[in-house]
Design a protein around this ligand. Structure first.
Ligand code: ZN
Length: 221
């Protein structure tokens, strides 16, 4: 190893104190730092292999996560697609039967029908969706996947969030949440004009029916 064999460090030098001794303001070119033959070589190896190792592990880790998420996406995406299509048929009892246990525990079949028919009335028929994000989680409750889409309906676009859980090896929808202007309109009471936090048969504030048609039907009786 010659005396002028230069040792330059780029990138991964944060933990290597004194590796880069050249001052940024110094306009006169300085000789590069020279290390004693044995010391310099082992230090270079240490840094180079350290950087390579971290890089390889990092890339492998990211690749594994991407493969894992893409697998999860291809598993749950058809479940979401099927769900959105079945809503158009208007058979909410049938759609309800495909939902996960937690969803069913939190909402009765008749309350679900109120919610689903309001969504269908407001958004119109389902057209397509654009994938936005996926997240997975495994905890003591089980295996979960969270999907976000921009969903396109006949009357406009809404952001849709789906929570899915694996039940007996099958992905089930445990929660559906929509946001967007159309949803805001749907949650606004036609009688008092206040924004409800979730869609129910009656307004949380004035107790009048949220569905204008239901209100007319009640008035006609
Ligand atoms: Zn109201």
């Amino acid at each position: 190893m010659g005396k002028h064999e230069a040792v330059w460090y780029y990138g991964c030098t944060d933990n290597f104190a004194g590796a880069n001794t050249m001052s940024q303001e110094n306009t006169v070119p300085q000789p590069p730092p020279v290390y004693e033959a044995s010391k310099g070589r082992s230090a270079v190896r240490y840094v180079v292999f350290g950087c390579l190792g971290i890089g390889v592990i990092g890339i492998a880790g990211i690749a594994l996560i991407i493969v894992y998420l893409m697998n999860a996406k291809s598993d749950v995406d058809p479940v979401v697609e099927h769900y959105l299509h079945t809503l158009d048929k208007g058979n909410y009892a049938e759609t309800y039967a495909t939902l996960g246990t937690q969803f069913k525990n939190s909402l009765s079949a008749s309350d679900y029908a109120v919610f689903a028919s309001a969504i269908h009335r407001q958004l119109g028929n389902y057209q397509s969706k654009s994938f936005r994000s996926i997240n997975t989680q495994t905890n003591t409750q089980g295996k979960f996947t969270y999907m976000t889409y921009l969903t396109h309906f006949a009357n406009g676009d809404v952001q849709a969030y789906f929570t899915l859980q694996q039940e007996n090896g099958e992905w089930k929808i445990e929660g559906v949440h929509y946001t967007g202007d159309l949803i805001q309109k749907m949650l606004t009471c036609p009688h008092c004009g206040k924004l409800n936090s979730s869609y129910g048969r009656y307004c949380q504030f004035c107790g009048q029916p949220m569905n204008p048609d239901e209100g007319k039907a009640a008035a006609a009786k």
